[in-house]
Design a protein around this ligand. Structure first.
Ligand code: ATP
Length: 365
């Protein structure tokens, strides 16, 4: 297995910059999700690592060896695409074994490795079936088998579950993570689905217009978003944003939102003036009659185990996750109590988080 490192990787197509100077390291055995909306540069990044696209500048290191200019087939990387192409005239066994046949591996060895791979993917019972009649999930398992059987140093996967329906997708998300736990192959997985990334990855790189906005564990990214963009992209529903003016002084532990003084984590930066944004996740807001931040119930989205209550305030809508059995009336006046230990603060002009320290935590950026 291998460590993948990219350093200042950049790709332009003419005057258009698809990937701006990007750097990160995927440790040996780690699962990284490259996450972002369509067109943000995920596939281009992956294709450069695979050797299918030449970077404009920067380097790619596999186990500390510079492979930036190596051909794809010399990189010992397996690529799994969304539109997985299986050979329709071959059965499952031959499809999985094909890369080994092409490498000239001996027949007995191919047989043993195909069977081992099929057991790993729990498709050993369909080895002699034609691929043409297989369901989507099994076809994807065969495509994965064809990648795994080569025992590559690492896997690059580009939205491999994109064509599956929602039910199969959920099953495959868990299967892929389990498979990763068993074979521990360094993996980079491209997706635009934040739930998929959160469920599977050890680390997530959130991309926006060719830039990696944040790189960290799912929990770091969820709890300490580096920007409004990340905070808005991660979480369902996403973070609430409440604007306020006047900046924030270093050491301040409360801010003035209209008439309400709202307690916040201690600011480690001095932002002397300007518009600011306070971010709070729906599960970190409680209803409290005494809370100075006021609003009225606008609507309720019932989710079964919980409900999302939409509150209209003078500063915009705020979504609150509440117990499913709590009863609300549309138009009812309510107070919102924000959990001061879980809030984020952002500059409105740059959208970047300002550094704060929450009780019992290290400072974060
Ligand atoms: P998607 O999920 O839609 O594939 P993505 O985040 O993977 O999105 P990329 O495919 O990496 O995005 O594309 C990033 C940008 O680069 C897009 O605006 C795309 O149009 C552009 N792009 C990609 N390949 C080329 C190319 N060969 N020539 C010109 N522009 C390209």
């Amino acid at each position: 297995m291998a460590e993948i490192r990219i350093e200042n990787l950049r790709k332009s197509f003419g005057s258009f910059v698809a990937v701006q100077e990007s750097s990160f390291t995927v440790e040996d055995g780690e699962f990284l999700a490259l996450l972002g909306p369509s067109g943000c540069g995920k596939t281009t990044t992956l294709r450069m690592i695979a050797g299918l696209e030449l970077p404009t500048s920067g380097s790619i290191l596999l186990d500390k060896e510079d492979v930036t200019f190596n051909r794809a087939r010399d990189r010992d990387i397996a690529f799994v695409f969304q539109l997985f192409a299986l050979y329709p005239h071959m059965n499952v066994r031959k499809n999985i074994g094909f890369p080994l046949l092409a490498q000239g591996v001996a027949k007995a060895e191919i047989r043993a490795r195909v069977e081992e791979t099929a057991r790993l993917l729990q498709i050993d019972h369909i080895l002699d079936k034609p691929v043409s009649g297989l369901a989507g999930g099994d076809r994807q398992r065969v495509a994965l088998g064809r990648a795994i059987v080569r025992r590559p140093k690492c896997f690059l996967m580009d939205e491999p579950l994109g064509t599956l329906d929602a039910e199969f997708r959920n099953v495959m998300v868990h299967e892929l993570r389990e498979l990763h736990n068993r074979i521990k192959a360094t993996t980079i997985y491209v997706t635009h689905d934040q739930l998929e990334a959160m469920a599977m990855a050890d680390k997530i790189a959130v991309m926006n217009h060719g830039v990696i906005e944040q790189f960290g564990s799912p929990q770091q990214i969820y709890d300490h978003p580096a920007s409004i963009y990340v905070a808005d992209f991660i979480g369902s529903p996403p973070m609430n944003f409440i604007g306020f003016g006047g900046g924030i002084a270093k050491g301040a532990t409360s801010v003035q939102v209209g008439d309400a003084a709202v307690a916040v984590p201690e600011a480690l930066e001095d932002v002397s003036a300007g518009d600011m944004v306070l971010g709070v996740r729906p599960e970190h807001v409680r209803f409290s009659d005494a809370a100075p931040l006021r609003g009225s119930i606008y609507g309720v989205e019932y989710l079964g185990t919980t409900q999302i209550v939409v509150v209209e305030t003078a500063y915009g809508f705020c979504k609150v996750r509440a117990p499913a059995d709590q009863v609300f009336r549309i138009g009812e006046a309510v107070g919102l109590d924000l959990d001061a230990t879980r809030l984020s603060l952002f500059r409105k002009d740059t959208g970047k988080a300002i550094r704060t320290v929450r009780a019992g935590e290290m400072a974060h950026g």
